[in-house]
Write a protein that binds this ligand. Structure first.
Ligand code: M6R
Length: 608
């Protein structure tokens, strides 16, 4: 899951390639590189680490050339060092690659048997060598690509630049996204439209199996069988593409603070506030009342939003819900009754496992609804219904505002389902909508606890391990709290259902172990208090996140109690997301970690 870009321009393209790569850094930032053709000769610059390292190299040794390709890497095969950085090159070509070539070992063995030497540990170099081998046999570039692509297995996107070919780029898409951009006498290739937004808003998305031969004057798109095909061109709205940090130190901080606004904006899209009812902004090709089952799949934080919604769909609409992480769902061959509903949740809309699950569900004749934040994403294009979150561009790798917007959309859907199935009355709906209307205000209130949380984060930063506990919808929130803390602070953290504590994890509790308990004053509050007693009895240090009533009713000494404004129990998880995000953020900042781009991660995970 790397970012790739290619440009055939009129003047030197390296600065444009770097600009596009900056927009693709969300896909990985282990290394970066650019290759261009200067008077027909390939030249490249590559650097380990973030794009700024490559920029330094380019400022010391600039690349000219009006045609080039670039790459930002999230390492899959081989260490994230300069040798393994893309573009990979031979005397004939340079290639950039996103994804995995699954049969690279077998292909490499075959090439080595022919005496070809490899310089890197990557799967990508096999592609460079295979095409080069074909060209050495006398095949021109297009023919060499045509015979090579069918030999590659896996999910990938590729971009090729050829020595001596000043007006030719080739891109190929097989399971990983690739967009083409049309300019005035210029052509572009990119992992997404966002990368190309500074240059063009005229975009074509390649379909799976497509490959494209780009010249300055246009493009010839071929399908898997090599037939020329036409693919639609789209005008992309570029206005809101690139975000800045505003007055914040990090994107993550800005995105946490934006939540009252973007959750409000998302809700306004799904709820008719004056009528006190949910009004979905799309027609559904099914009726909720006919559904026997709902399957949800997603990854990471999006999965946890789905897990919270399981409680909502079951409680409010009485629909049995099955939920899986998408990497399991896609392979477990779940029997799905045709005509049931499959729901997918994804910020990027490009996550490989979630996309594969969507495709599996489509092939099993499921109605598909995807809750996505990027409206131009592959999942948005391939789902029968797109339920957009209006979070805006989320740059921080740790998902925050996309998560709470996903919750807002999922709760709106659950209420709509409840009404359609007759499990919620009009009064029930009105009560829930009133609760939803209050959410942005409550989130603003919650953000006011930031100073207390910042002070607390200093204590938390000393911990080696942290436990998060919750019941009901606070259980997935406990999992989300642990995920957030570990991904940006690298402190080991686990989330548990509070009732599970005594079945094993209680053995971990001692006076060094902070235990963060999320417990709004709801139907299971007293049960959670009993679990807190068990922690306290063993010397565990409790940080309690609750509301005013909960704070009064615990009767326990805590290391700290973060008091949230009182919220209707159904919407409480949206409000209680704020303190767990702020706690992770301030802990990581205090520890001096790179919160927006934590190590080993990428914003969009387009490999499985
Ligand atoms: O783009 P998606 O929502 O499909 O991404 C899913 C996960 O990769 C993502 O939520 C990840 O877990 C975040 N880093 C969590 O903060």
């Amino acid at each position: 899951m790397c970012g790739i870009v290619g440009i055939i321009g009129k003047t030197s393209v390296a600065p444009q390639i770097v600009e596009a790569l900056r927009r693709l850094e969300y896909r990985g930032y282990d290394s970066a590189g650019v290759a261009t053709l200067e008077n027909g000769h390939l030249d490249r610059r590559r650097a380990e680490g973030k794009l700024r390292n490559l920029e330094t190299k380019l400022s010391q040794a600039p690349l000219s050339g009006a045609i080039g390709i670039g790459h930002t890497r999230w390492a899959t095969h081989g260490k994230p060092n300069e040798t393994n950085a893309h573009p990979h090159a031979t005397e004939k070509l340079a290639v950039v690659h996103n994804g995995i070539i699954e049969n690279f070992r077998e292909l490499k063995t075959g090439l080595e048997a022919k005496g070809i030497k490899f310089e890197t540990e990557t799967d990508t170099e096999v592609v460079a060598q295979l095409v080069t081998y074909e060209m050495r046999q006398g095949r021109p570039p297009i023919e060499a690509i045509a015979v090579t692509l069918p030999r590659l297995r896996g999910a990938f996107a590729l971009g090729f630049l050829f020595s001596g070919e000043d007006d030719l780029l080739i891109g190929a898409r097989h399971g990983a996204p690739l967009a083409l951009g049309f300019g005035d006498g210029e052509m572009y290739l990119g992992s997404d439209a966002l990368a190309l937004a500074p240059f063009t808003d005229d975009i074509t998305y390649l379909e799976d199996g497509d490959w494209a031969i780009l010249h300055r004057t246009g493009v010839d798109i071929r399908d898997e069988s090599g037939q020329s095909v036409r693919r639609p061109r789209h005008k992309i709205v570029t206005g809101s593409f690139m975000a800045d940090k505003g007055n914040h130190r990090h994107f993550m901080a800005k995105e946490i603070h934006e939540q009252p606004e973007v959750v409000g904006r998302t809700l306004a899209h799904y709820v008719d506030f004056s009528a006190g009812r949910v009004a979905l902004p799309f027609d559904l090709p099914f009726d909720f009342k006919d559904l026997k089952r709902l399957s949800i799949s997603a990854c990471g934080t999006a999965y946890l939003a789905g897990l919270i919604s399981k409680y909502w769909f079951e409680r409010l609409a009485r629909i049995p819900v099955e939920i899986d992480v998408a990497s399991e769902f896609r392979y477990r061959e779940a029997p799905l009754e045709p005509g049931s509903l499959a729901l997918f949740v994804s910020q990027s809309g490009e996550t490989a496992d979630t996309l594969a699950s969507l495709r599996y569900a489509t092939s099993e004749q499921q109605h598909t609804v995807s809750v996505v934040n990027v409206p131009t994403s592959t999942m948005a294009r391939e789902s029968a219904v797109v339920a957009s979150t209006l979070a805006g561009v989320e740059v921080g790798v740790a998902s925050t505002k996309a998560f709470t917007c996903q919750l807002a959309v999922l709760l709106s859907l659950a209420i709509a389902a409840g009404r359609a199935r007759g499990t919620l009355s009009a009064e029930d709906e009105k009560e829930l909508v009133d609760a939803l209307i209050g959410v942005p205000g409550l989130m603003s209130e919650a953000i006011k606890r930031e100073h207390q949380i910042e002070v607390l984060a200093r204590e938390l930063s000393k911990a080696k391990d942290v436990l998060y506990l919750g019941r009901g919808t606070s259980y997935p929130l406990a999992l989300e709290g642990a995920l957030k803390l570990k991904e940006i602070s690298y402190i080991h953290a686990e989330g548990y259902a509070a009732g599970e504590l005594k079945h094993g994890p209680i053995a971990l509790i001692d006076e060094t172990m902070p235990v963060i308990v999320i417990a709004p004053h709801d139907a299971v509050f007293e049960k959670t208090v009993s679990n807190m007693q068990e922690v306290a009895a063993r010397g565990g240090r409790i940080i309690l996140i609750t509301d005013e009533k909960g704070a009064l009713d615990t009767g326990l000494d805590t290391m700290a109690t973060i008091v949230m404004p009182a919220a209707h129990p159904i919407v409480a998880p949206i409000v209680h997301s704020i303190p767990i995000q702020l706690l992770a953020y301030h802990t990581a900042v205090f520890m001096g970690k790179d919160v927006d781009q934590p190590r080993n991660l990428a914003k969009s995970v387009t490999v499985e």
